[in-house]
Design a protein around this ligand. Structure first.
Ligand SMILES: Cc1cc2nc3c(=O)[nH]c(=O)nc-3n(C[C@H](O)[C@H](O)[C@H](O)COP(=O)(O)OP(=O)(O)OC[C@H]3O[C@@H](n4cnc5c(N)ncnc54)[C@H](O)[C@@H]3O)c2cc1C
Length: 414
């Protein structure tokens, strides 16, 4: 077919969409405002560290089917590292207690009956309460749906839900939490093995996608910021970039895969999420000690998750709006003290560090914001939306953004 599908935004949603369209033999034009692809999921060379780092540590789960399909499509399945068994290491920094959560592989959750597979100080019946999330009503918060106190809450549900939703769990949407649970723990340990792009997000998701697209004749245009969309009755007629204009021909279509605040500027009247939550990451240039797990959940500290890469230890803090104005050096010192205590690495000297604050990391996964998520279809015949903020049924995640890109591609005729 000779019609062109114009994909605007080369984050994961736009890349996924362009890949699906190109695979289906469609002609694709891909535009990206920045000088590089990846959006909120990117790697870059940090000159102060002398290392390539990610804007934020990203955790996927083995049950993320769209993300795995995407990695396979671009030949990067090997770039996602995952243990053979589902196991999550935790440390309660207040008591020094360590444990490993080890859900069994199948859907029948017999692991909750085995003391050394579950959270210490909990019993099998404690786990049943979270099943209420699977049947949550529209508009209900987690706080209204399940018990938000006690050992299991503090040592499992709160940290897991906070990182999955990037929103204080009590105020977050129970339905979104239910969707996460349904596709992870409730689907069995085989669906919730942690998966990490150990060589960086760029190597796993971005560079291979760009190579694959180029091999299919799609050359992304970087530095191409869409400034205006011109409409003609029920169709998009033209796309206006800073220095050029693309006139759409009969049969041409547009996928808008920008963040929601940009989509709202370009499409007046669009209702979209408008409340966001921050994520803060701290990267320390130091080799992890032998035996350090790839991922460590930390309780009772500012640090929530500690990722061990070959050349650095990286801390993730979700729902981190309270830290956005904190002095970076103070944060680095505080977080390193926690990491040093958890790993046994010396407190001094402070290793070379970098703090990355992503203020609008994801939309707030509250019921009110969930209601503002639009579907992929718009009121224009040749315009569809993609992005983690569209109505994917999932919180803002890699899995959600890739699914949204696939869906828009399908609607546009892939
Ligand atoms: C610090 C951090 C940690 C995270 N951790 C996880 C995690 O552990 N697990 C997980 O699954 N998810 C995680 N996420 C979420 C995940 O990164 C996002 O859901 C996903 O990257 C969103 O992709 P997207 O394509 O929908 O949007 P974006 O990545 O925002 O892509 C939009 C693209 O559009 C471009 N653009 C904007 N305006 C224009 C314009 N006018 N014209 C052309 N292009 C434009 C942007 O430059 C950008 O490249 C995290 C996010 C952050 C920030």
């Amino acid at each position: 077919m000779s019609e062109t599908i114009h994909v605007v935004g080369a984050g994961l949603a736009g890349l996924a969409c362009a890949l699906r369209l190109a695979d289906a033999g469609r002609r694709v034009a891909l535009y990206e405002a920045a000088r590089m692809a990846g959006g909120r999921c990117r790697s870059y060379f940090d000159s102060s560290l002398g290392l390539t780092i990610d804007n934020g540590n990203h955790l996927l789960l083995s049950g993320n089917a769209a993300a795995r399909d995407y990695a396979k499509r671009v030949g990067a399945s090997d770039a996602l590292v995952s243990p053979n068994e589902c196991a999550f290491d935790f440390l309660d920094a207040r008591t020094g207690e360590r444990w490993t959560l080890r859900p069994n592989a199948s859907r029948i959750p017999w692991w909750i009956f085995v003391a050394d597979r579950r959270v210490p100080g909990t019993g099998p019946l404690d786990y049943l309460d979270a099943a209420k999330l699977l049947f949550a009503k529209d508009g209900a918060t987690i706080g209204e749906t399940m018990r938000c106190n006690g050992v299991l809450w503090e040592k499992l549900w709160r940290p897991v839900l906070l990182s999955a939703l990037n929103t204080e769990p009590e105020e977050a949407s129970a339905k979104l939490a239910g969707a996460v649970l349904r596709e992870s723990l409730a689907a069995g340990g085989d669906a919730c093995r942690p998966m990490v792009a150990k060589g960086g997000l760029g190597d796993a998701f971005i560079e291979p996608a760009l190579r694959t697209l180029r091999a299919k004749g799609v050359e992304p245009r970087f530095g191409a910021r869409l400034r205006e969309i011109a409409f003609d009755d029920s169709r998009v007629a033209a796309l206006r970039f800073g220095d050029s204009e693309e006139t759409l021909q009969e049969g041409d279509a547009v996928i808008l895969a920008t963040p929601p605040w940009i989509a709202q500027e370009l499409l007046p009247g669009l209702v979209a999420p408008d409340d966001f939550r921050a994520i803060v990451n701290a990267h320390f240039k130091i080799a992890p000690p032998p035996g350090q797990p790839l991922l460590l959940g930390m309780i009772g500290t500012l640090t929530e998750w500690l990722f061990a890469f070959d050349d650095r230890l990286s801390v993730t803090i979700s729902g981190a709006d309270r830290l956005i104005d904190d002095a970076r050096e103070e944060l680095a010192v505080k977080l390193w003290a926690e990491v040093s205590a958890a790993t046994g690495l010396p407190l001094e000297p402070l290793p070379p560090w970098q703090i990355v604050k992503e203020k609008r990391a994801t939309f707030a996964a509250t019921p009110a914001q969930e209601k503002r998520r639009p579907g992929a279809k718009t009121s224009w015949d040749n315009l569809w939306l993609a992005g983690d903020w569209t109505n994917t049924g999932l919180p803002a995640t890699i899995e959600g953004s890739i699914r949204s890109g696939y869906k828009a591609a399908k609607l546009a005729g892939a």
